[in-house]
Design a protein. Structure first.
Length: 280
């Protein structure tokens, strides 16, 4: 990846991102601000706020375009599925619960997410019926126990080669769920060294199944191959990365600065976005 080509200073607390199917716009959620911004992906300029008709988004987190007209958003109250009609988004379905991360299979008929509580962490699979309504289809328990780094706190997930990769910021772990066997493996451990992390948060994949994971505490990106083996690490000076998104040869990394009050005052904001161009 090259150095960042543009840094946004108008964002206060960017967290999660997704790119629309046309590749024209980028959605960035600011969970603590209860809002989602829409940006032109090529120039990274602000277009407007995503405001669904008849719905108030409460702490929007992960987002995923299900198709050209449907958008899923994980919020504090559940998963909101919105449908685009005449340039406006309308609520189509609400799946109540506390969910983290969103992924979809290639066929577009299964939605994967983590349902999370203080005592359990479950991979939920919802299957779309003929009326485009997502119904409960399967559940896979993930045993996240307390460790030296704290309680489980899942953040994001991605589907690669029939496996779900889940970041757990609370326990500094990467879970790998094999959908065929339902087996769960754990990778990584708490620490400062190479291939260790303290707060793994965002995750995305590339065209060959490689993984890119952001560490919100150690200010770095961790690149793994499809077997979850370390390829490289990229340090981000005084930038705490949150969500990551890959589209074509572009890698988007949202961040929050911790350079102190002077830097925040000078820039007008403590958040922003790196855009990396992947060079083969």
């Amino acid at each position: 990846a090259t150095t960042c080509t543009r840094t946004l200073r108008c964002l206060e607390s960017p967290t999660w991102m997704t790119v629309d199917p046309s590749g024209q716009t980028l959605l960035i959620s600011e969970t603590s601000k209860n809002r989602i911004g829409v940006y032109y992906i090529n120039s990274i300029t602000f277009k407007g706020w995503l405001v669904p008709t008849g719905l108030v988004l409460f702490q929007p987190r992960n987002m995923l375009y299900l198709d050209l007209k449907c958008l899923a958003i994980a919020t504090r109250k559940g998963i909101e599925i919105l449908c685009l009609v005449n340039s406006s988004y309308y609520p189509q379905q609400t799946i109540p619960g506390n969910f983290r991360g969103l992924a979809q299979n290639d066929a577009g008929d299964c939605l994967y997410t983590i349902e999370f509580s203080r005592s359990s962490m479950v991979l939920r699979i919802f299957k779309k019926n003929n009326d485009d309504i997502y119904l409960d289809d399967a559940r896979i328990d993930i045993e996240g126990t307390d460790s030296e780094s704290g309680q489980s706190d899942p953040q994001d997930l991605v589907l690669v080669d029939n496996k779900i990769f889940i970041t757990d910021m609370g326990q500094a772990r990467l879970y790998v769920v094999d959908l065929a066997t339902r087996n769960v493996k754990i990778h990584g451990c708490y620490g400062d060294g190479s291939c260790r992390w303290k707060m793994p948060m965002g995750i995305c994949s590339d065209e060959i199944g490689g993984l890119i994971i952001s560490d919100n505490k150690l200010d770095k990106l961790v690149v793994l191959n499809s077997n979850a083996e370390l390829v490289k690490e990229v340090k981000l000076k005084k930038r705490s990365p949150t969500g990551v998104a890959r589209f074509g040869n572009l890698l988007m990394v949202a961040f929050q600065s911790h350079g102190g009050e002077d830097e925040a005052t000078a820039s007008g904001s403590q958040g922003g976005l790196f855009r990396y161009e992947i060079v083969n």
